[in-house]
Ligand binder design. Sequence first.
Ligand SMILES: Cc1cc2nc3c(=O)[nH]c(=O)nc-3n(C[C@H](O)[C@H](O)[C@H](O)COP(=O)(O)OP(=O)(O)OC[C@H]3O[C@@H](n4cnc5c(N)ncnc54)[C@H](O)[C@@H]3O)c2cc1C
Length: 464
Amino acid sequence: MNASATPPGDQRPVLIIGGGMAGLACAYRLVTAGVPVRLFEASNYLGGRVHTRMRDGLPIDDGFQVLFRAYPETRRLMDDVGFGAALIRPYDRGAICYDYGAPFTFSTNPKDLLTFRLMSLADKARLGALGASVLRTHIADIWADTRDEPTEAYLRRFGFSAESIERFFRPFFTGIFLNAALDTSSKNFRFVYKMLASGQTVTTRDGLGAIPQVIAAAVRKAGGVIEMEARATALIPSEDGTRITAIEIARPDGATDRVEGSAVVVAATPPEARRLLEPHDAPVARRIPTIGLPSTTLAWKLPRSLYPDKKILVNSDALAGTRRMETGFHLAMQITNATHPGRTEHGYLLVAASIAEACADEGYRREILPRAVLATLAKWFPHSGIEQGADLVDVHYTAFGQYAQPPGTRERLPSNRTRFPTLMLAGEVTESSSIEGAVVSGTRAAELIRTTLRADARMMIVGG
Ligand SMILES: Cc1cc2nc3c(=O)[nH]c(=O)nc-3n(C[C@H](O)[C@H](O)[C@H](O)COP(=O)(O)OP(=O)(O)OC[C@H]3O[C@@H](n4cnc5c(N)ncnc54)[C@H](O)[C@@H]3O)c2cc1C
């Protein structure tokens, strides 16, 4: 127990519902402060949306995601759990944008930026000014800004031309916000731009899913209990209705049991968090965003390397103006260039991501989309033989990739608190739809729970 540890009081564990980044961050912060925890995860894996499956030695993430090393709270957590820096794998800054089938390399490296022909010189200067502006603004001040507007309006106000927006910003940020409309809040855009400008964009040698694995191992090592395939079906209020410290858990064999703790943290996926909270705190439950943005990721194993760079291939043709979504996917990336540079024995892993609505249809995403992606890549890399050699190894669809974040979203989000001092909410839903949002939220929930438990302990001492 460390120096600021929670004093002895109710020694029953804090019950945490959900083993995504938020639930794990919360569990780690509590258990290492001397508070016992019991975490319940409905599925048979940890990490929630940050999950990697290994196939033939290739790390396949559930959905194409990146980590910004500049995420402050995530960085602190990874350092504290001892995530090996040697496992971090950076991408090259920038992207290769395919516009009318031709590649244009974008980079923040000034020399490459000068030759990037999808943007005028004046807009390149604006890009520099945008970077300087976000770098000198503290994250808290970005979120506290009273002015909010759609990203596209913000970029126009900043002076960017319609051409730069269509050919660069829209395609590039579709991959980040899972939304081609560029109507995401400008606060989220500025936050992400600050993260992009402040540090490396990375994955890990074993995919992003390795991060929650290491956090979970640290939770267990510190004495925390993690139960898999244990789905919370209900929160149970005390008889007098003033507290919630118990939950009902459904097990895979159909059995249900009632579990008692000192407090409860709901860190489930947003729609499920809403379902659990609704009967007990409807005003908080209704603030939980539940409009999900879907995402589909296809993964192929290639016998030969398609391109050497650690850069994302952005399909501007899929999104710009009248060309919108003709080819169904907005980005592709040969992931192994970053995760295993130079290695060939397992082949090369290529992923492509799509937000096309048609992907909700299984036939489209398993048959039509893969053919369309390969046909486009064959045009981009005419001598690669990709259409013959590529082996489709995974198709992953998620209906709730992130939640929609139009202007004003941040102000409408719930806080971690509910009307019960022993019941907290944790997850991206209290912050922003990102890994950092989840970690910040889980960390704050842990602090609030400790404050509650300390107050309870003081009352027990005073009350004798
Ligand atoms: C395709 C895609 C791309 C993304 N790109 C990025 C990116 O590039 N960078 C970035 O920072 N973020 C990105 N994100 C967002 C990021 O992954 C999420 O914001 C973050 O992981 C959310 O974490 P969470 O803990 O709040 O929720 P979740 O990850 O949803 O975790 C919730 C957990 O609760 C469990 N659960 C649900 N109901 C119950 C129940 N009743 N009982 C017990 N357990 C339950 C779930 O199984 C899950 O494990 C992306 C997401 C997707 C899907």
